[in-house]
Write a new protein. Structure first.
Ligand SMILES: Nc1ncnc2c1ncn2[C@@H]1O[C@H](COP(=O)(O)OP(=O)(O)O)[C@@H](O)[C@H]1O
Ligand SMILES: [Mg+2]
Length: 286
C-alpha cells in the first residue's frame, strides 16, 4: 500500500468512523485468537439458547433458541419488531442478553467476548448502510480490509504479500467487481457498494456471515446477483440472512426461521412456513 492511499484514507475516514470500529475486523482463520480452535464436530457452528433481552421491561427477545449448522444458509424472517436485529446484536456482542447462552462451536462462549473480539474471531456482520471508503478504489478498499487491526492499519506501508493479492483477486471475482477494481467506491451503484462491503468482510475469511436486509433499495437485477452471491458463499461460510423481501428469500431459501415477539414461531422450508397458519396470522396482523 502506498502513502497516497493512506492520505486518502485519512481524509475519507473521520467522517464515518474516526476510531475504525466499524471497519471489518474479522479473520476467521485465526479463531485461535480465543485460545481455542473452533470445534464444529457436532455440525453446529452457532448455538443461541434461551436468550432473553429486555428493554425497560419489554422483551425484544424472549427465550430465543436458534441453531445454525456449519456452512448452512439460513433465512430469518418475521414481522417488524420481531427481534431480528436484536438477535444479530446479541450474536455479534453489541447487546448482552439478560439470560441465555451463545456459543460459537462447542467451546467458545460469545457472551464473554467483546464485539471487537467476536468480529476478529470469525463472525462478520454486514450492516444495512455500507461502511466502505468512498474516496478509495474498490481494490484499495479490499486492500484495507486485509489489515488485521487498527494499529496495523495505520502503520501498514509495506506491500501486500502474493497470497493477499491472490485473495483480493479471488474476492473481486466473487463479488462481481473484477472489472471495477480501479473505480472509486463512491462511484459504484448502490448494489455494487453492498457487494464491496460483503467483499471486505470476505477478506477476513469469516466462518459466519450475518447480513441484515441485503437487497433493500436494490434493482431487480442487483437483487438477483445478490442471491447468486449469497448462495455461492454458503458451504464455505455459514450465512444468516435477515430479509423482508419474500421473493428474494424464496429465491435463496433453504431452511427458514420465522421470528415473532422475540421467539421462534416456526422453522422449515419456505413452502412449509408460508403455509403455516400461525405465520399467515402473524403477517396478516402487520
Ligand atoms: N435499544 C432499544 N431500546 C428499546 N427498545 C428496543 C431497542 N432495540 C429494539 N427495541 C425494540 O425491540 C423490538 C425488536 O426490535 P428489532 O430487533 O429491531 O426487530 P426487527 O429487526 O425484527 O424489526 C422492537 O419492539 C423494538 O422497538
Ligand atoms: Mg431489523
Amino acid at each position: 500500500m502506498n502513502m497516497n492511499i493512506l492520505a486518502h484514507a485519512k481524509q475519507a475516514l473521520p467522517v464515518k468512523d474516526p476510531d475504525f470500529s466499524a471497519a471489518p475486523t474479522g479473520f476467521g482463520k485465526d479463531v485461535d485468537n480465543f485460545g481455542k480452535p473452533l470445534d464444529t464436530s457436532k455440525r453446529t457452528i452457532l448455538y443461541v439458547e434461551g436468550i432473553t433481552v429486555s428493554f425497560d421491561g419489554f422483551r425484544a427477545l424472549n427465550n430465543l433458541n436458534l441453531y445454525i449448522d456449519d456452512g448452512e444458509l439460513r433465512c430469518i424472517i418475521g414481522p417488524n419488531g420481531a427481534g431480528k436485529t436484536t438477535m444479530m446484536d446479541v450474536i455479534t456482542g453489541k447487546t448482552k442478553p439478560d439470560a441465555g447462552s451463545v456459543y460459537f462451536g462447542q467451546q467458545i462462549n460469545l457472551l464473554e467476548l467483546s464485539e471487537h473480539q467476536i468480529a476478529r474471531g470469525g463472525i462478520g456482520r454486514k450492516f444495512q448502510k455500507p461502511t466502505i471508503f468512498e474516496a478509495l478504489t474498490v481494490y484499495e478498499n479490499l486492500e484495507l480490509a486485509t489489515a488485521s487491526n487498527k494499529a496495523v492499519w495505520w502503520t501498514l506501508t509495506k506491500s501486500l504479500t502474493g497470497e493477499q493479492k491472490f485473495r483480493i483477486d479471488e474476492v473481486l471475482v466473487q463479488i462481481g467487481l473484477k472489472d471495477h477494481r480501479y473505480r472509486n467506491a463512491g462511484a459504484l451503484s448502490h448494489g455494487q457498494k453492498q457487494w464491496l462491503e460483503i467483499g471486505m468482510l470476505l477478506m477476513q475469511s469469516p466462518r459466519v456471515l450475518l447480513v441484515d436486509e441485503p437487497v433493500a433499495g436494490m434493482t431487480g437485477e442487483e437483487t438477483e446477483k445478490t442471491a447468486e452471491l449469497l448462495l455461492s458463499l454458503a458451504g464455505k461460510h455459514s450465512v444468516i440472512v435477515v430479509e423482508h423481501d419474500m421473493k428474494f428469500v424464496r429465491s435463496i431459501a433453504r431452511k427458514v426461521t420465522v421470528l415473532h415477539q422475540g421467539s421462534v414461531l416456526t422453522e422449515g422450508t419456505m413452502d412449509q412456513v408460508q403455509n403455516d397458519p400461525k405465520v399467515i396470522e402473524v403477517y396478516l396482523g402487520e
